[in-house]
Design a protein around this ligand. Structure first.
Ligand SMILES: [Zn+2]
Length: 488
C-alpha cells in the first residue's frame, strides 16, 4: 500500500457496467478488420467511457510507475503504432503500471498497460513494439469490449447480488483473484488474431517482429517449472506455437522490407535503474510479519495465512479461504478519535455494529467493535479495528460467515493487537532491487559473466531468463547484459 493514493474500490466500475447493460442495446456488428460477426453490447462512445472508467481504477489500484521519461517513451511508441491502426481516432493511452508481474493488457477504448515487470524481461524496442501492437490488436479487433460485455452478463447472473458494499466485494476479490474484471481473458483465436495484427503493425512501423517471437521464448521459460506463471503467459496459451506462427507470417508478409529496426542498445539503456521485483518500500513480508517502511508500522498475521499487498489494500486470508482480513488507510482530521472514525465507517458502509472498546496497540490509540452485514445471499460477520497515527487512520476489517465468527474473533483481535511501530530500525532502510547494465569485458559464458559482475548464485536463474540467454551460452566481448543491484 502507498501513502499517497486514496483508498479506492472497484464498486464504481461495477455500477457503471450495470448501467451500461441496462441502457445498452443488443446488436451484432461486423468487425471492420476481420469481418467476423460479433456480439456487441455497446457503442463506441460507451466503449470509450467503459475503458476510461476502468483505467482510472487501474491507475489507482495498481499505481503507475513513477518515471516520466520511461512513461513518455512507451506512450510515444504506442501512439506511433495506434496512429497507423484501423482505429486511429480512439483516445489511445499507454501507461506503465508499477507491478513486478510480467503482464500487458488492453482495456476497451484504447487504454493499454504494460508492467515494469514485462519491460524488464524484454531485450529490444522491437519486442516492446510487438507487445504493444498485440494489445492494440485486442482493441482494434474489439476483443476487449466484446469480452467485457460478456463478463458484464456473467457478472449480472451470478456475482452482482453479493456486491453490497465495497468490503464484501473486496472479500470476494481476495478469494476469487483480485481485479478479475480488468484482466480480460481472451480466447485462443483472439490471441492469434492479435498476434497477427501485432506483426502487421510492427512491420508497418518498420520494426522487426522476430523480436516479438523471441519474447515468446522468454515467456515460455518463465512459465517452465515455476509456481507463479506470469499472467501474460497464462492468459496467452502456447508461447512456442505462437513464436512459430509469427515467424511464419513474417516470412510471408515481410516481402521486400529490409533493415527492420531492432533497437537493442537504446532499449537496454532505458532499463538502467528500473525497479525489479517487489518494491519493499511499499510494504513487504518477513515470515508472517508485514512491514511498511514508509508508513513505519508493522503487524503480524497468523501462521499459514497468505497476504497480498496492493496499492490500496493489504489482503490476508487463511489457506481455506474461510475468512478475510483487509487493511486500508484513511485520512481524517488530526485529533479524530478512532471511535468517531469507526462510527463514521460503519454508517457509510451500512453495517450494524455492536458494543466496541477503546484500547492501545503499540504507541497508538485504537478502537475495535464487532459488526455484521446482510447481503442477498448471506450474513457476513466481522471484527473491525481502527488505529490512529496522527492524521492517518488504519482500518483493519476482519470478515467471515456467521457460523465461523466465534472462532475467528480472537484471531482478528490478535492481528489488531500486533499493530506496532517498526521495531527493527534496519527495516526502515530497505530499498528495491534495480536492473543495471554490465558490459562483458571479454567473450565468456553467461554464468561467468554474472559471476564477474558480482551476482550471487540465487540470482543466476532469474538473470538467465531476464537476459534470454542460457547460463552456458557464450556472451561476446563488449555486449551489455542486465544485472541486479540488490538492496544492502
Ligand atoms: Zn493478448
Amino acid at each position: 500500500m502507498t501513502t499517497t493514493r486514496a483508498s479506492a474500490s472497484l464498486a464504481r466500475s461495477w455500477s457503471l457496467l450495470y448501467l451500461l447493460v441496462a441502457i445498452g442495446w443488443m446488436g451484432c456488428a461486423r468487425d471492420p478488420i476481420t469481418g467476423r460477426r460479433q456480439l456487441v453490447l455497446v457503442s463506441e462512445a460507451e466503449e470509450i467511457a467503459m475503458g476510461r472508467q476502468a483505467s482510472a481504477d487501474v491507475d489507482v489500484s495498481m499505481g503507475l510507475y513513477p518515471d516520466d521519461a520511461l512513461q513518455t517513451y512507451v506512450e510515444g511508441l504506442g501512439l506511433e503504432l495506434a496512429r497507423r491502426s484501423e482505429r486511429p481516432e480512439l483516445p489511445w493511452r499507454f501507461r506503465i503500471v508499477d507491478s513486478p508481474v510480467v503482464n500487458a493488457f488492453a482495456l476497451p477504448g484504447g487504454y493499454i498497460y504494460v508492467t515494469r515487470g514485462i519491460l524488464a524481461h524484454m531485450g529490444s524496442e522491437a519486442a516492446l513494439v510487438g507487445v504493444l501492437g498485440h494489445e492494440i490488436g485486442h482493441v482494434t479487433a474489439r476483443h476487449s469490449v466484446e469480452q467485457m460485455s460478456k463478463q458484464q452478463l456473467a457478472g449480472l447472473g451470478v456475482g452482482l447480488g453479493g456486491i453490497f458494499f465495497p468490503e464484501v466485494q473486496q472479500f470476494g476479490d481476495v478469494l476469487g483473484g483480485s481485479l478479475g474484471l480488468l484482466f480480460l481473458k481472451f480466447g485462443r483465436d483472439a490471441e492469434r488474431e492479435s498476434d497477427r495484427l501485432g506483426v502487421r503493425y510492427s512491420l508497418t512501423a518498420g520494426y522487426d517482429p522476430t523480436e516479438m517471437a523471441t519474447f515468446f521464448a522468454v515467456l515460455g521459460r518463465l512459465s517452465e517449472g515455476r509456481a507463479s506463471v506470469p499472467s501474460w503467459a497464462s492468459t496467452h496459451p502456447d508461447p512456442q506455437d505462437r513464436e512459430q506462427a509469427i515467424l511464419e507470417q513474417l516470412r510471408v508478409e515481410r516481402g521486400a522490407l529490409t533493415d527492420l529496426e531492432v533497437g537493442e542498445e537504446g532499449y537496454l539503456s532505458r532499463l538502467d535503474g528500473l525497479v525489479f521485483g517487489e518494491n519493499p518500500r511499499e510494504g513487504f513480508m518477513r515470515d508472517q510479519r508485514f512491514i511498511h517502511p514508509e508508513l513505519r508500522f508493522q503487524l503480524d498475521y497468523p501462521e499459514g495465512w497468505r497476504v497480498q499487498n496492493t496499492q490500496t489494500v493489504v489482503y490476508a486470508a487463511p489457506p481455506d479461504g474461510g475468512a478475510a482480513l483487509q487493511l486500508t488507510l484513511a485520512r481524517a482530521p488530526e485529533g479524530t478519535s478512532p471511535e468517531a472514525h469507526a462510527r463514521d465507517f460503519f454508517r457509510k458502509n451500512r453495517l450494524e455494529f455492536g458494543t466496541g472498546e477503546q484500547l492501545r496497540v503499540g504507541p497508538f490509540t485504537a478502537y475495535r467493535a464487532p459488526f455484521r452485514a446482510r447481503t442477498q445471499n448471506a450474513e457476513i460477520y466481522g471484527q473491525a479495528g481502527f488505529i490512529a497515527d496522527g492524521e492517518l487512520l488504519y482500518e483493519l476489517i476482519g470478515l467471515t460467515r456467521a457460523n465461523a465468527i466465534r472462532g475467528y474473533t480472537p484471531i482478528f483481535n490478535a492481528v489488531i493487537e500486533s499493530f506496532d511501530r517498526v521495531t527493527d530500525e534496519r527495516d526502515l532502510e530497505v530499498q528495491p532491487s534495480r536492473l543495471k547494465l554490465y558490459t562483458v569485458p571479454r567473450s565468456m559464458t553467461l554464468a561467468n559473466a554474472l559471476e564477474q559482475a558480482g551476482m550471487t548464485e540465487d540470482d543466476r536463474d532469474t538473470l538467465s531468463i531476464v537476459n534470454n540467454l542460457r547460463l552456458n551460452e557464450t556472451v561476446a566481448a563488449g555486449k551489455r547484459i542486465k544485472i541486479l543491484e540488490r538492496s544492502p
